[in-house]
Design a protein around this ligand. Structure first.
Ligand code: SF4
Ligand code: SF4
Length: 426
């Protein structure tokens, strides 16, 4: 299976319940942005510019947890900004897991090893004999330094603070937009790709579930994406999402103003998305992509879908963001207001015609994947296709790309990790 059975059943049960109740619109995934501050400034990220904030501007822990209860989505994607610099990230993750939700902790990877060392310090204090073999292995693989091991053995700085422990309901969701050279250019900092790889290797040794998310841009070489997915399979990464990078407002403005670049050279139009994703259905069979085969057919230009952004609401410190993760026409105080006051018929592309010009080039997952999952505009046989895709055997790619292709000629395993970034913007 691509996705663990318990998690698949959780989502399926939620959808079935709403269908039986005849609920017109309901949330399947909550995009929760507890903060917008980040320790990177990636090209193409409108988020950190649209909400130019500081670390003081964060959602309270209570608000975050209440938002999940309010919309009752079975899955919560904690994003931002960089969620690992949110001061309550451990308590938030634990709280959502206690609410029995599936948690995607989206990260740029820079602080992942730090958070896992916090977990190790707590575990070592409780069960040193059980943790020692893991520490030895991490040391052998140069994923922790001798001084970090000493720190871990001294125990947690604050024993009352929760940590992010491996959990079958939680995924680290690491942002990776290509192999080393490409990714580091996009995130505008050298060494980030290598840090992500080291963090993912450490996570797999410690028993975490790890996923990646990749945005495909106009410049993206699809052969490189295949290399990336082949390489990630060698690390034991559990699944991936691929999404087209389209020219949403905030990102477009930043690119023109800050970098003096023409967004048309960077982002995908609808036609360019279909060209880039022409092999999407083959990728779905070859790699453990998350989602549905129906969405992959959509981005490959093999069928049409309508936007159902209402199913993946975004909540941030301003409120419930309308209409979607990418576009901002306002914020509402409650989830109910978002669902009932927004005229959802104003958005999306229907029969090739954009209802809103800003939607014209959008084929992103958070708008269209729910339509595929919920069977909106479905064709006969779609349900079985989705079931087979998710319940059938998990694809296991066997290609081992040359490390020189992946790492600009140098293997991360053989090098000392570059300095872990600690600078926080905002
Ligand atoms: S990691 Fe990059 S894409 Fe993600 S919030 Fe930070 S700047 Fe934006
Ligand atoms: S098509 Fe949907 S998800 Fe895309 S920009 Fe428009 S409203 Fe947002």
């Amino acid at each position: 299976m691509r996705f663990p059975l318990a998690l698949t059943l959780k989502i399926a049960g939620h959808i079935l319940q709403h269908k039986l109740q005849g609920t017109k619109r309901f949330a399947t995934v909550l995009q929760l942005e507890p903060l917008h501050t980040c320790n990177l400034t990636c090209t193409g990220c409108g988020r950190i510019r649209e909400y130019s904030t500081s670390l003081k501007d964060v959602m309270s822990l209570e608000d975050c947890l209440e938002s999940a209860i309010e919309c009752n989505a079975p899955m919560v994607s904690i994003c931002g900004g960089e969620p690992l610099i949110y001061p309550h990230i451990e308590a938030l993750t634990r709280g959502l897991l206690e609410q029995r939700r599936i948690v995607y902790l989206c990260t740029n990877g820079l602080w992942m090893r730090r958070k896992m060392r916090d977990y190790l310090a707590v575990s070592y204090a409780k069960q040193p004999d059980a943790v020692l073999p893991q520490l030895n292995r991490l040391a052998d693989e140069k994923l922790v330094t001798p001084s970090e091991i000493e720190q871990i053995k001294k125990g947690p700085k604050d024993s009352t603070k929760p940590v992010i422990a491996p959990n079958r309901w939680m995924y680290w969701n690491v942002h990776l937009d290509g192999l080393e050279k490409t990714h580091d250019i996009i995130v505008e900092r050298e060494g980030v790709f290598q840090e992500c790889i080291l963090a993912m290797r450490m996570a797999k040794i410690l028993g975490y579930q790890v996923a990646t998310n990749t945005t495909v841009y106009r410049e993206t070489d699809v052969a490189e994406i295949e290399h990336l997915l082949d390489f990630l399979a060698t690390l034991g990464v559990d699944g991936h999402t691929l999404s087209p990078g389209y020219d949403y407002d905030a990102a477009k403005k930043d690119m023109a103003k800050r970098l003096g670049l023409d967004p048309a050279n960077f982002f995908l139009t609808r036609r360019a998305t279909i060209e880039k994703f022409s092999k999407a259905t083959t990728w779905g069979k070859k790699y453990p992509l998350f989602g549905t085969p129906i969405y992959l057919e959509f981005v490959a230009g093999l069928r049409d879908l309508t936007c159902s952004a209402w199913a993946i609401p975004t909540r941030n410190m301003m409120g419930w963001k309308a209409p979607c993760y990418f576009m901002t026409d306002g914020h509402f105080a409650t989830y109910k207001e978002l669902q009932t006051k927004v005229d959802w018929n104003k958005y999306g592309v229907v029969d090739g015609v954009a209802r809103d010009p800003r939607c014209e080039n959008c084929m992103v997952q958070c708008g269209y994947e729910p339509s595929a999952t919920l069977g909106l505009h479905g064709r006969p046989g779609d349900t079985w296709k989705n079931i087979w895709f998710n319940f059938g055997p998990r694809p296991r790619p066997k290609n081992h790309p040359d490390p020189k292709v992946v790492f600009n000629g140098v293997s991360a395993a053989a090098t000392k990790p570059k300095q872990e970034a600690t600078v926080v913007r905002g």
